[in-house]
Design a protein around this ligand. Sequence first.
Ligand SMILES: Cc1cc2nc3c(=O)[nH]c(=O)nc-3n(C[C@H](O)[C@H](O)[C@H](O)COP(=O)(O)OP(=O)(O)OC[C@H]3O[C@@H](n4cnc5c(N)ncnc54)[C@H](O)[C@@H]3O)c2cc1C
Ligand code: FES
Length: 270
Amino acid sequence: MMCRIDKVIQETPDIRTYRLKFKEEGMMERFNWLPGQFVEFSLLGSGECTFCIASSSTRKESFDCSIKRAGVVTADIHTGLDEGDEVGIRGPYGNWFPLEDLKGKNLLFVGGGIGLAPLRSLIQYCIDNRKDYKDFTILYGARTSADLCYKDEIADWRKDPSLKVILTIDKPEETWKENVGVVPKILEEVVKPVVANTKVITCGPPIMIKYTLLSLDKLGFAPKDVITTLEMKMQCGLGKCGRCNIGSTYVCKDGPVFTYEQLKKLPDEF
Ligand SMILES: Cc1cc2nc3c(=O)[nH]c(=O)nc-3n(C[C@H](O)[C@H](O)[C@H](O)COP(=O)(O)OP(=O)(O)OC[C@H]3O[C@@H](n4cnc5c(N)ncnc54)[C@H](O)[C@@H]3O)c2cc1C
Ligand code: FES
């Protein structure tokens, strides 16, 4: 299905958010997704890439994909696509965050870099259903302050006294007055989360995820209460091509959202 790019937001030097609307009349109303799902995004003449839907269907006039320049196709997207241009979209695919399990719980979001994109969809969804959730904490980090995404939206979240937002960057900067240190360190030393009745939802670069999972273990979180989303290489998005499997698990179909408990049971190749 063809979409028109309604808006482009330059989030960081290498991440752009594309706000999309279907060309076909009424399609936006019929396009239903849940936080955690992804689309296949095709740029004619270049190729197709997988991106999560970075916004919530509770705000349905359009939907967002936040795209980090990583290689051939994403570079073509950054240089070749602007407001008013058209792209092909397939989806939504994959599973979603366990919305029912999160109800009545404290929520702790732990994100790094572009990993805030799938969390943002869930954060928006939970903000729009705020009464269903208890304490709400967002820990978000990036290498530098320039690499933090969604700065305007984070400023809005901070105006809401029912949301706690903690930011961190890896190294000191002259004008930076907030936390300095990698996400797992700030999680243990600054956030010090309450474990009882809390679900943790995390996404970020593999190294951040690895050490965040270790920190959460140390803090006493049970693996069933920690949820993450994987970014294996994909092609069909439908469980047909075998590109994304880990043993008999297809990340595109059985995931991309998994609990840490489920991840621990996957073969070592992961
Ligand atoms: C479910 C899912 C959701 C995703 N959501 C987002 C998102 O919201 N925003 C975003 O910017 N990216 C996201 N990605 C990653 C994105 O699909 C890849 O960065 C993109 O396909 C790279 O395409 P390319 O042609 O530019 O890079 P290539 O030229 O194919 O590769 C460039 C480099 O990126 C690596 N790479 C390629 N594909 C992936 C991948 N899937 N995961 C990790 N590394 C990869 C390659 O190994 C290589 O080192 C997601 C991936 C999945 C599977
Ligand atoms: S992407 Fe084809 S099987 Fe998962």
